[in-house]
Design a protein around this ligand. Structure first.
Ligand code: ATP
Length: 205
């Protein structure tokens, strides 16, 4: 997947969050979107994901050298953010099964393996409503990283994670980045140190 931004700007009401942003995001690379609180990192990630409309400029997507309509983009990406709601009534096992009906997991990877990768195997039959905030974030990361998609968007991926969780996150990214396009919105070095490219949103004010 390649995402090309040309002179992109986003405003809410009369306030511009960023303007004149032209850049490209290419498969096989990892990009960190950096900036202080409120600078527009999550907003840019949502624009890239096609879940928010830009105010000016153009965004083009292509997959395997073919143009991809914006309304199709969600099929090819997985997103993990601390504000992504999980279905609280489901157990972790049920949640992963439910997710896999819409977005299959990587071939050859079983649900127990996915849970083990984030050390949640003992919580397989626990309802999400009884998960701690760090356990929920581990579940979100596992759900995204193991989805069989070429694009991975992570917004503040280490939110609520303890040191062990941060270590597991690093391992997951190293192991499963592969040929994917990975974009991480963050202001925490631990989250984005693995990224090969950095984009500072403050440069586009
Ligand atoms: N739906 C919205 N309506 C109006 N303003 C919004 C909306 N969403 C975001 N904003 C504003 O856009 C700006 C950028 O917000 P955004 O959440 O993208 O920042 P961020 O860099 O991700 O911040 P943080 O590091 O705190 O997560 C902020 O001023 C915010 O108030």
């Amino acid at each position: 997947m390649t995402i090309s931004l040309e002179n992109i700007g986003k405003r809410f009401n009369y306030e511009w969050v960023f303007r004149h942003l032209s850049t490209g995001f290419h498969a096989g690379n990892s990009y960190a979107i950096l900036g202080p609180n409120g600078s527009g990192k999550s907003t840019l990630l949502q624009l890239l994901a096609g879940s928010l409309q830009h105010s000016e400029g153009s965004i083009r997507y292509s997959l395997g050298n073919r143009p991809l309509p914006q309304e199709q983009v969600f099929r090819h990406l997985a997103l993990a953010t601390p504000y992504l709601e999980l279905i609280e009534e489901l157990t972790l096992m049920e949640l992963l099964r439910f997710h896999a009906r819409f977005k299959p997991f990587l071939p050859g990877v079983s649900l127990p393996q996915i849970m083990k990768a984030v050390q949640l195997e003992k919580a397989a039959d626990k309802q999400i409503r009884y998960f701690s905030s760090g356990m929920k974030q581990r579940a979100r990361l596992a759900q995204a990283v193991f989805s069989d998609v070429p694009v991975l968007f992570l917004d503040e991926p280490c939110s609520n994670l303890d040191a062990e969780g941060i270590g597991l996150y690093g391992q997951l990214i190293r192991e499963y980045q592969r040929e994917r396009l990975v974009v991480i919105s963050s202001n925490d070095e631990q989250e984005y140190s693995l990224c090969t490219h950095r984009l500072s949103i403050s440069d586009y004010k």
